[in-house]
Ligand binder design. Structure first.
Ligand code: SF4
Length: 554
């Protein structure tokens, strides 16, 4: 027994010796920091981890196989896009450090199709679940296969709708129990490889997540295969599907795959149905060559650049003069007018009440500036007024003739006969990455209900044109709408109420210049029914003259 100092001295020496020993032993062993870095970290958004998947779920394995396949493929990751739909598998797009899109239910394939058509250099992968791809998105699946769209689909099949409570899905085996088939499934399920093969896919394989190495190899092949390639990954969902079918742990399901899977590459796709308790036939069932949709497109139209698509739709120039158009003038709004100026009625030769020159809206000025050349426009009214046609005309005028970037979305549900329908455009000098219009700078309202529904969305300082006789504006909104007697002009001056929308387009063109006058005229002539061109040109002219009067050019 020594003194405390001696003891402390001994302990200190022991610790030093122990540290020295540990250092020797640890030589060459990765540090904690190094261990925590996973080889796949480059491809994962690690800041989003931990993931939401349940213990025992097979999605992690499916994703791991995919990341390995992608790394091995040598594809330029800056040119790989991943698209998911809704469901547990839908989270994949958010966990990968790629350009990822988590789309609406069942719409991953059409979204992917759009991506691929817009940029043929991309490798586009759809990674989604059986419910999303084969039920809600089933039609998209078969038609993308039929077209041989050049995309890869990874379908993780867990035989049920896991995220929403374990309901029966399109691949649930006959007799399997789910939360909505407690006595067993009555319906015959889809056989995913057979569906893909019958519809025209060029590569079709199926593996369970137990076959991780083979699954990864098939994903690798699918990524490099031109055309519509499909890999089905059978994956445990112990939390819901397993629990209802006496396999409540992930290991139970993996054990089941071990017992029941057989590899049969020469199996015909129609022979690989999956029954409850039966074999799971795995393998590569289809590997064929056939021209992709893009090949055919190129064959028909030659080398395409995304913006060239518009040229295909371009129609020959029309003779404006033959339809009574006046000399084309580039209208300038009065920039110096105070923004708050009111409108004073004045009389025109046509007997229409006009107003003093109106100021140019603040957001129109902003949109015209070099920094922000993007404009949101919304046209609304009731069904039957030609609102949707007006949107198409304005969009075509801007895209085809003004050669600007344009998106168009429509809202025309069953309620629109008498209710509010709407069409919304984004017009820009740059690529438009998202088509949703939230705060339009220019709005046209041609019915009371559509005004009530949409006027609150008008951007601050935006221009609101209303049909003078059909819309009673809300003074509390503080928006100073511009009344255009479009329906009155159409009825009284032209004898056809049906062209009120074209009168309104004329006024819109004169007041806002969202589309140039010449382009709007051309787009109208392209789209109105044959034999009505003259009437529509007159309608446009009257609306345009009225609008010019408003801006002090009439
Ligand atoms: Fe996986 Fe099923 Fe859990 Fe969804 S519910 S994360 S599929 S185990």
């Amino acid at each position: 027994m020594g003194t405390d100092e001696e003891k402390n001295g001994d302990e200190g020496r022991h610790m030093e010796a122990a540290e020295a020993g540990t250092k020797d032993e640890m030589a060459g062993v990765p540090t904690l920091e190094e261990i925590e870095r996973h080889p796949m970290d480059e491809l994962l958004r690690t800041e989003r981890l931990p993931h939401i998947w349940c213990p025992g779920c097979g999605l992690g394995t499916a994703l791991s196989c995919f990341t390995s396949a992608l790394m091995r493929s040598g594809l330029d990751l800056d040119k790989v896009s991943i698209v998911s739909g809704i469901g547990c598998t839908g989270r994949v797009a958010g966990y990968l450090r790629l350009d990822g899109f988590h789309t609406t239910h069942g719409r991953a394939i059409p979204f992917a199709t759009g991506l691929k058509l817009a940029n043929g250099d991309l490798k586009v992968v759809v990674f989604s679940g059986d419910g999303d791809l084969i039920a809600i998105g089933g039609n998209h699946f078969i038609h993308a296969a039929r077209r041989n769209m050049d995309i890869t689909v990874i379908c993780v099949n867990n035989f049920n709708y896991g995220m929403t409570g374990g309901q029966m899905g399109p691949t649930t085996p006959t007799s399997a129990r789910t939360s909505t088939s407690p006595r067993g499934n009555l319906e015959h399920p889809f056989n995913v490889p057979n569906l893909a093969a019958a519809a025209g896919a060029t590569y079709v394989a199926r593996w369970t997540v137990l076959h991780a190495r083979r699954l990864e190899k098939s994903m690798y092949k699918a990524l490099l295969k031109p055309g519509f390639s499909v890999v089905e990954a059978i994956s445990p969902c112990p939390t819901l599907y397993g629990r209802f079918n006496r396999k409540k742990y992930g290991t139970d399901m993996i054990e089941y795959y071990h017992q029941k899977s057989v590899i049969r590459h020469d199996a015909q796709p129609w022979e690989v149905d999956i029954d409850l308790g039966g074999e799971i036939v795995c393998g590569e069932f289809v590997d064929i060559e056939r021209p992709t949709f893009q090949d055919r497109l190129q064959e028909m139209f030659g080398e395409l650049h995304p913006s060239d698509d518009l040229v295909l739709l371009h129609r020959p120039p029309v003779e404006l003069e033959s339809h009574g158009a006046t000399e084309l003038t580039h209208i300038k709004l009065a920039p110096s007018a105070p923004e708050t100026a009111g409108f004073q009625p004045r009389q025109t030769s046509a007997g229409v009440q006009l107003r003093e020159p109106m100021p140019r809206a603040r957001c129109l000025e902003r949109a015209a500036s070099a920094e922000a050349g993007t404009l949101e426009v919304q046209l609304c009214g009731f069904g039957g007024q030609g609102i949707i046609l007006s949107g198409k005309i304005a969009g075509a005028g801007a895209a085809l003739y003004d050669e600007r970037e344009v998106t168009l979305t429509q809202s025309y549900g069953p309620e629109s006969r008498g209710g509010a329908c709407s069409t919304a455009l984004i017009i820009s000098d740059d690529a438009i990455l998202y088509p949703h219009v939230s705060h339009p700078c220019v709005m046209v309202a041609m019915s009371q209900e559509s005004y009530a529904t949409y006027h609150g969305q008008l951007a601050e300082g935006g221009v609101l044109l209303i049909d003078a006789d059909l819309v009673e504006p809300d003074p509390a909104a503080g928006q100073a709408p511009v009344p255009i007697p479009a329906t009155r002009i159409a009825e009284h001056e032209l004898g056809r109420r049906i062209v009120a929308n074209i009168v309104m387009l004329g006024a819109l063109t004169a007041v806002t210049e969202v589309v140039t006058e010449e382009s709007m005229r051309r787009a109208i002539l392209d789209r109105v029914p044959k034999g009505t061109e003259e009437l529509n040109m007159k309608a446009f002219q009257m609306g345009f003259d009225y609008g010019r009067g408003l801006v002090g050019e009439g």
